[in-house]
Design a protein around this ligand. Structure first.
Ligand SMILES: C[S@@+](CC[C@H](N)C(=O)[O-])C[C@H]1O[C@@H](n2cnc3c(N)ncnc32)[C@H](O)[C@@H]1O
Length: 393
């Protein structure tokens, strides 16, 4: 496909996404209906779509939509202008290219510098004060990072490998990576990211795909050999496996939606880690450490899941905060006296983080805060928060 044909495809996909469909599903359906498109075409179209979703307000502005809801076409015109490319070079009479710009579309939009802050930072206006509350002076710099593509990070499985060995193995498959200061197990991929899932290092469980911030959370947990640990919101098991690699644990994984845990068994066997999957009724009365990596707004990870940025509402945020408090209540009795309750989100909002912990501590005299930490996108990975609390012995 030509670059212009890829733009046409991205416009088609974006119009479906803007109408409310899920971006991943739209891209998968597009690929099914266009079998002639190769992997490079699909990757380029995907990048166009996700870049435009990250930068929806600024690209819309540059595409002539002002502050109104943009079309896919306006987003792609804006994307080209943001890169300093004249849209006329790709919106042209070539076969499969998007049709040429109209006279109205060709009128240069007002400079982005003069646009409202939420447009410049690609952030819904109502979320700006929420970010400001937790990030303060760093808000604008952090939001600028959330509108860029995230880096690809690997976690070296220290149960199986050293960083040096993992780097050698990756290099054999043409993948280059460098250690990252956020976590001693983290590698940032600098070349060949798309080849990771086919690499020997990945297939033999030497590395896993995991954000560096997520790894930093596990570094902050007081894990020791012999501990019994419950991962109460295990999902696909990213944090479970990272905990299991840290220490020889008796590791139980649980999720209210068991279907979400279907990949844990094969991932665990690849990583050489034993886990037991448990329904609620099968859980032990108590554990040395219980982690709840709760559902959240994802406001620290909008660069990875940009649709969430535009779909979030105050009502949904309130429902999430209520669910987080409920989960904390559910897990508190499962922490043995003297044991640790760990709470984590990929959010940057106080109501889901420090506010949630303060509320829990006010309701539970038996718990005291050991530490809490907000991990900023300025540290290089996604934004996260975690807290550890000790139950009185
Ligand atoms: C942020 S995700 C977990 C991600 C996972 N820990 C990882 O690192 O890959 C939150 C998970 O919480 C689960 N969940 C939601 N409500 C729950 C509840 N009441 N009890 C247990 N799990 C719940 C969701 O199904 C979802 O898989």
């Amino acid at each position: 496909m030509t670059p212009a044909a890829r733009l046409s495809a991205a416009i088609e996909c974006l119009d479906d996404v803007l109408a409310g469909e899920n971006a991943e599903r739209v891209l998968t359906n597009w690929a099914r209906g266009h079998r002639f498109a190769g992997s490079k075409d699909r990757a380029a179209i995907r990048d166009h779509v996700f870049d435009a979703l990250r930068c929806k307000r600024s690209y819309g502005w540059l595409g002539g939509a002002g502050e109104a809801r943009p079309s896919g076409r306006q987003l792609m015109i804006g994307a080209l202008r943001a890169q300093g490319v004249d849209p006329d070079t790709l919106f042209c009479d070539d076969r499969f290219a998007p049709r040429p710009l109209t006279a109205e579309e060709r009128v240069a939009p007002p400079a982005l510098d003069g646009a409202p802050r939420g447009v410049r930072l690609d952030c819904p206006d109502w979320l700006l004060p929420l970010y400001q509350e937790s990030l303060g002076e760093e808000t604008d710099a952090a939001l600028m990072l959330l509108r860029q593509r995230s880096d690809v990070f690997l976690r070296v499985n220290i149960r199986k490998s050293t960083l040096g060995y993992a780097l050698e193995l990756l290099s054999d498959d043409g993948i280059e990576a460098v250690p990252h200061p956020l976590s001693e197990t983290a590698l940032k991929v600098t070349r060949g990211a798309r080849a990771v899932a086919r690499s020997q290092a990945y297939l033999t469980g030497v590395v896993e795909l995991q954000d560096a911030g997520s790894q930093a959370i596990i570094d902050g947990l007081p894990l020791e050999d012999g501990m019994s640990v419950l991962d109460y919101c295990a999902g696909g098991g990213g944090k479970s496996l990272a905990m299991g690699a840290r220490a020889a644990l008796t590791l139980t994984v649980h999720d209210v939606d068991p279907a979400r845990m279907q990949d844990i068994a094969p991932r665990a066997s690849r990583a050489g880690i034993a886990v037991t999957t448990a329904r609620k009724a099968d859980l032990a009365p108590s554990y040395d450490l219980v982690l709840c990596d709760v559902p959240c707004s994802g406001s620290g990870a909008f660069s990875r899941s940009p649709q969430g940025k535009w779909a979030l509402t105050q009502a949904r945020l309130d429902r999430l905060a209520a669910l987080q408090a409920e989960i904390l209540e559910e897990v508190a009795p499962r922490v043995r006296p003297g044991g640790v309750l760990a709470y984590a989100t990929c959010s940057l909002f106080a109501a889901e983080n420090a506010g949630q912990i303060a509320g829990f501590l006010a309701r539970h005299d038996a718990f005291e805060l050991i530490r809490q930490r907000q991990i900023s996108p300025l540290e290089g990975g996604d934004g996260f928060f975690y807290a550890t609390l000790r139950r009185a012995g």
